[in-house]
Design a protein around this ligand. Structure first.
Ligand code: ADP
Ligand code: MG
Ligand code: MG
Length: 252
């Protein structure tokens, strides 16, 4: 049961081609990990799948849940059930996290129909499920957020919107133990309760310790150069990406 199929995808920004002929197939309910050196194009792939207008698709096709979404707006993709965590979320002084969550829920089945009181209760329960301090919901959106606090916001968004498939793009900066635990817990709840499908972009293999990974994909210089099972993670941890760079160079 294929949920996402990326076939022969090439994409460019300002004439510069970043992704070359990329294939990626993700089945419903699976957890995939996308790895690769800095600058390989991992975040770009997430953004292109999400329809970020900054990038131009120069070839290939993206199919989601049986529908060709290659030319769909980001908003329509989001409503179709795609979610991308953003490395740099917005900062809006004066707007509490809870109001932001309310705003993004509008028009969504379930959460979008909730009355104010019911919604607040629901959000509070999600925060508790993530072992988060409910005081976080009253914080001003993004203002003075640490890397970990940004990640917590993403996990709340994830559990609130219950997308069919989520790209979780890790911050390059390290997360503290508290944030790591919220992220792990968020992924677990999303997978189990929502039967969620995940594509995790990460350097931080610690975050994967408690996750059952179905498939690992390695992107080098904008090309998919290797794919395998979860054992690749330990291999990459030990030996790095040099082993794939020759293949990427040969394909160029
Ligand atoms: P990764 O997430 O694997 O570290 P990125 O997708 O962020 O890699 O970047 C891949 C390459 O594309 C880099 O060389 C980066 O500078 C370039 N790139 C990505 N987005 C843009 C953009 N909006 N404008 C210009 N260059 C970009
Ligand atoms: Mg990067
Ligand atoms: Mg990145």
């Amino acid at each position: 049961n294929i949920l996402l199929n990326v076939a022969g995808l090439s994409a460019a920004v300002d004439e510069k081609v970043i992704l070359h002929d990329v294939d990626l197939t993700v089945g419903a309910g699976e957890t995939h990990v996308l790895m690769g050196p800095n600058g390989a194009g991992k975040s770009t792939l997430g953004h292109v799948v999400m329809g970020d207008p900054e990038y131009t698709v120069t070839g290939g096709k993206i199919t989601f849940n049986g529908q060709d979404i290659t030319d769909l707006s980001t908003d329509k993709r989001s409503h179709a059930g795609l979610f991308l965590s953003f490395q740099a979320p917005v900062e809006i002084p004066g707007v509490p996290v809870s109001s932001f969550l309310r705003a993004i829920s509008a028009g969504r089945p379930g959460v979008g129909d909730m009355k104010g009181k019911q919604f607040r209760k629901h959000v509070k329960e999600l925060a508790e499920e993530l072992n988060m301090d409910p005081a976080y919901l009253d914080r001003e959106l993004g203002v003075g957020f640490s890397g970990g606090e940004k990640k917590k916001l993403e996990m709340l968004q994830l559990l609130l919107l219950e997308p069919k498939l989520a790209f979780l793009d890790e911050t390059d900066s390290g997360l503290d133990v508290d944030a790591l635990s919220v992220v792990s817990r968020g992924m677990e709840v999303y997978r189990k309760r929502c039967n969620g499908t995940l594509v995790i972009i990460t350097h931080n293999t610690r975050i994967l310790e408690h996750v059952d990974v179905n498939r690992v994909h390695v992107l080098v210089k904008g090309r998919m150069t290797a794919e395998g099972d979860a054992s690749m993670i330990a291999d990459i941890d030990e030996n790095g990406f040099e082993q794939f760079e020759q293949a990427a160079a040969a394909a160029a």
